[in-house]
Design a binder for this molecule. Structure first.
Ligand code: 5AD
Ligand code: SF4
Length: 471
């Protein structure tokens, strides 16, 4: 048994980590042939991509995937800690699984992902969820086959969570959800320690993958006919800082752009690390999509300071305007937290003011959620939840207005869309534009998932646009 520890998770020393190649214990290959697994993923794209690795590892063990947990022999929850509701959802699911296990005593249940890295969660599992078979963390995911095998063989709860990040493992098998768009990790962890955020504790220090490993992975995707690659990291703009003197996200984007994959995206960008060179590269290559996610969190410089965000409203706006100027037609989306401890009505009005200036194309808005062990958890907070929820509603009304206003500007124009599927509405396809907008559209000619087609926009809505294939 190995338990998580936030003191260790906070450590950021210059300790070298090793880059090692993944190897699979061939003795347990296909050992569970005929057994079925159900994997539930909560949270961000990083977790979604981890689940693609987890699925591949389970398939190596012999398991096959099912879409209904009632049919499964093994259920695994890949969890998220970012806000309390993600946390509650996972515990709600554990409640249902407890019930299922009463009728199916051989069911194996496990928990992994960010919640596994939280000491308070693991304590709760040890105390009240003795029937959960295994828990492993984000730093030893690659070892899940052995942990699961041990839990089954020994019929004893296995808790294996490490708070100090381990080696950087290359060559993990991956079972990608799509055959036309793919996620590629470029950097793990986060060193920013925004005061509200649990990620630097659950995901460890910033560790970049070596550029050769990333380029090799992208090259294989190009060869396999993939149309879109999304470079992933908690803060992709810090890419390379821990490895190279003179090689950054700008260089990496440029090398990938030259490889010729039709669409390149990247997420998430912290405004602090956004360099002019990066903006220039995004503007220069047509296959780097003109779409930037630039979380602002608050429009009040006073609150930004309390959040530990390292920029002011003014410096954020300067960056925002620079991106808009250098990248033609760029869409910019954001994340905003309302009700941070100490946020007053005037601070909130500054956030509304900033939204009125930036007129975002998309925004993810949240009420502050206190996370155990973060500095913001201990800040005095006198605003009642009801008032915070009212602020969220007021904010949403303003952001929605701009989504529609921006979408309306596209009416009558032709945009490139990567086809993702056929929507519920009969004969309507759906996909995303270069600027990352959801487009529902009809087509008289036959088209396939994974094609990039020109679509004429006929109607703008708040969260999507309607169109037809331009012939
Ligand atoms: N409470 C509310 N929202 C949060 N986020 C991160 N931590 C918290 C928290 N404790 C939001 C931020 C971040 C997004 C991924 O989630 O806006 O950008
Ligand atoms: Fe969390 Fe801030 Fe790191 Fe984003 S940059 S993951 S909000 S600590």
């Amino acid at each position: 048994m190995h338990l998580p520890d936030y003191k260790e998770a906070r450590t950021r020393d210059r300790r070298d980590y090793r880059r090692i190649d993944f190897s699979f214990d061939e003795k347990i290959k296909d050992k569970y042939k005929g057994k079925k697994f159900f994997l539930k993923t909560y949270g961000c794209q990083m977790n979604e991509h981890d689940s693609e690795n987890i699925s591949a590892l389970l398939i190596k063990l012999g398991f096959s995937k099912v879409d209904d947990y009632n049919d499964a022999d093994l259920v695994l929850l890949n969890t998220c800690s970012i806000r309390e509701n993600a946390h509650n959802k996972a515990f709600g699911m554990l409640g249902r699984l407890k019930h299922l296990k009463q009728t199916k005593p051989d069911l194996i249940v496990g928990l992994c992902g960010c919640m596994a890295q939280e000491a308070s969660v693991v304590e709760e599992i040890l105390r009240d969820y003795k029937w959960v078979n295994f828990v492993f963390g984000t730093h030893n995911m690659y070892n899940l086959s052995n942990i699961i095998d041990k839990a089954i063989e020994e019929n004893k709860q296995q808790i294996e969570v490490y708070s100090r990040e381990g080696d950087l493992v290359e060559g993990l098998p991956v079972n990608r959800v799509n055959s036309y768009k793919a996620y590629v990790n470029i950097i793990y962890g986060c060193d920013k320690f925004c005061t509200y955020c649990v990620v630097p504790y659950t995901r460890g220090r910033e560790r970049s993958r070596e550029k050769e490993d990333i380029l090799k992975e992208v090259k294989a995707l190009v060869d396999d006919g993939y149309k879109e690659v999304t470079l992933l990291g908690q803060n992709v703009n810090a890419y390379g800082k821990d490895l190279y003197d003179d090689y950054t996200l700008a260089n990496l984007l440029e090398e990938i752009a030259i490889m010729g994959i039709p669409r390149i995206r990247f997420t998430t960008s912290h405004p602090w690390d956004f360099t002019d060179k990066m903006i220039e590269v995004i503007g220069k290559y047509p296959n780097i999509m003109p779409s930037v996610h630039l979380p602002v969190q608050s429009g009040s410089s006073r609150v930004l300071k309390l959040m530990g965000r390292r920029y002011t409203k003014e410096s954020y706006l300067e960056l925002f305007n620079k991106i808009k100027k250098v990248v033609p037609g760029v869409s910019i989306s954001t994340d905003i937290i309302v009700g941070f401890p100490g946020e007053e009505e005037e601070d909130f009005l500054e956030t509304l003011d900033l939204v009125n200036t930036c007129k975002y194309d998309n925004a993810f808005t949240f009420v502050f959620s206190a996370r155990v062990g973060t500095p913001a958890e201990k800040l005095p907070d006198n605003t009642p939840l009801k008032e915070k929820e009212e602020r969220l509603q007021r904010l949403n009304e303003v952001v929605n207005k701009y989504f529609l206003e921006n979408n309306k500007k596209l009416e009558g124009s032709v945009v490139p869309v990567l086809v993702e599927g056929i929507s519920d509405k009969k004969n309507m396809y759906y996909g995303y534009s270069d600027t990352n907008k959801l487009i529902n559209f009809s087509s008289n000619k036959s088209i396939n998932v994974g094609d990039i087609v020109d679509v004429k926009i006929t109607k703008a809505k708040t969260w999507s646009l309607d169109g037809e294939v331009d012939e």
